[in-house]
Design a protein around this ligand. Structure first.
Ligand code: GDP
Length: 418
């Protein structure tokens, strides 16, 4: 759910003040090659049935009221029948680091009687963002490439305590190779610790059973023990059991914390004993934001692009890959190599075509200019000719402009001179 008044195509940009340390100021440490001053673009998508706490969690994550409090729809209100895509943008700044954050919401997902194709508009949206990036990459002038690709998708699983629902599996299966999936258990405060642990296990086994790939914090061989331990710690919490709240509440021992107050006590958002919010924030913002962007660009987008370009040109025969024998492997390598060449060729063709088009339109323009100038000159000459013709006619019609006198004068002058 979110702001129904916003048209999906025109995200509203809001300048936001943060209320506390969020963690993206750490981005420059995550990024080694890009300039910091340019700022960063990050797009997160939230998917899940309405009422699972998506807007609340986004507000909690970025510590700002990106989403205004929602009015529940009156029962009489006309409810939309399809999943829509809405995005909200905010420029936020932390310790001099600028982040242009876009949150893409998918209201309607899972809210209908028939949710069979709920994933479809979302997949289309993600791919159209790839398309727009590809189009920009192929432009001759590539100075202002805007990256609107979705870098992470928070998938909200309802805290049922059973296992994944059909719609959850279908969504993840369809989307896992297009976007970094980060599954979260919504409103984890409605379950006990044991229930959460068991639920997590069942979710993970469902995910494994369906060969669904979810985003994993990458570890490299050359990393120090601390980093590896941190990555493992984060990985061990997936799917993150989260609690969101934008309210400050008082704990029995007199602290003011972000949390939810219940008759039996307070659930603290930022307390790792209470939920995995802190680890999720670490995954999404403090430690792996740049990894999410890189994986989106280097793997998800790259695979999509290769497929698309291959689709435009050569069809790939995957049956050859099945057998593992040297001849098949060579064949496979050859095909891969050819595919790579084809891809390069297709890309070059695209760029070439674009350049030719630009040149052509420039030529056409100068041709038109030349033609206009030519016409101008022709017209001027024509006019001169007409004037002369006119004069000639006047002369011939006998109106004496006293040619004799003229000649006489000439003669006289000539006479005098000699
Ligand atoms: P959305 O439709 O998914 O965006 O859900 P909202 O963020 O609007 O939240 C729906 C309701 O759930 C609101 O009344 C929130 O206060 C409540 N809510 C949000 N997060 C949590 C949570 O972590 N735990 C509990 N118990 N309630 C929550």
């Amino acid at each position: 759910g979110s702001t129904p008044s916003l048209p999906s195509a025109v995200p509203s940009i809001i300048r936001k003040k943060l209320m506390g340390y969020v963690g993206f100021a750490n981005l420059p440490n995550q990024v080694h090659r890009k300039s910091v001053r340019k700022g960063f673009q990050f797009t997160a998508m939230v998917v899940g049935e309405s009422g699972l706490g998506k807007s609340t969690l986004i507000n909690t994550l970025f510590n700002t009221t990106l989403y205004p409090p929602k009015e529940p729809l009156p029962p009489s209100a006309e409810r939309p029948k399809t999943v829509s895509i809405e995005s909200i943008g905010a420029d936020i700044e932390e310790n001099g680091v600028r982040l242009h954050l876009t949150v893409v919401d998918t209201p309607g997902f899972g809210d209908f009687v028939n949710n069979d194709e709920s994933w479809k508009p979302i997949l289309e949206n993600i791919e159209s963002r790839f398309d727009s990036y590809l189009e920009q990459e192929n432009r001759v002038n590539r100075t202002k490439v805007v990256d609107n690709r979705v870098h992470a998708c928070l998938y909200f699983i309802q805290a049922t305590g059973h296992s994944l629902k059909e719609i959850d599996i279908e969504f993840m299966r369809r989307l896992h190779n297009k976007v970094n999936l980060i599954p979260v258990i919504a409103k984890a405060d409605t379950m006990t610790d044991e229930e959460v642990a068991e639920f997590k296990e069942r979710i993970l086994s469902d995910i494994a059973h369906h060969n669904i790939h979810i985003f994993q914090a990458p570890t490299y061989d050359n990393e120090d023990e601390e980093t590896i331990a941190e990555a493992e710690e984060i990985a061990s919490k997936i799917p993150f059991a989260v609690v969101g709240s934008d309210k400050i509440v008082d704990t029995p021992d007199g602290r003011h914390v972000r949390g939810r107050a219940y008759p039996w006590g307070v659930v603290e958002v930022d307390n790792e004993e209470h939920c995995d919010f802190v680890k999720l924030r670490q995954m999404l913002i403090r430690t792996y934001m740049e990894e999410l962007r890189e994986y989106t660009n280097d793997v998800l987008y790259e695979n999509w692009r290769t497929e698309k370009l291959l689709g435009m040109g050569v069809a790939q025969d995957s049956s050859v890959f099945k057998e593992i024998n040297p001849a098949a492997r060579m064949q496979e390598e050859r095909i891969l190599h050819e595919a790579k060449l084809a891809k390069m060729e297709a890309e070059m063709k695209m760029v070439f075509q674009q350049k030719v088009q630009e040149k052509e339109s420039k030529l056409k323009q100068s041709e038109e200019e030349l033609y206009a100038r030519h016409k101008e000159m022709k017209d001027a000459l024509e006019k001169q000719r007409a004037d002369l013709e006119d004069k000639k006619r006047k002369i011939e019609s006998g109106r004496p402009i006293t040619p004799e006198k003229n000649t006489q004068t000439g003669r006289r002058k000539g006479f005098l001179r000699t």
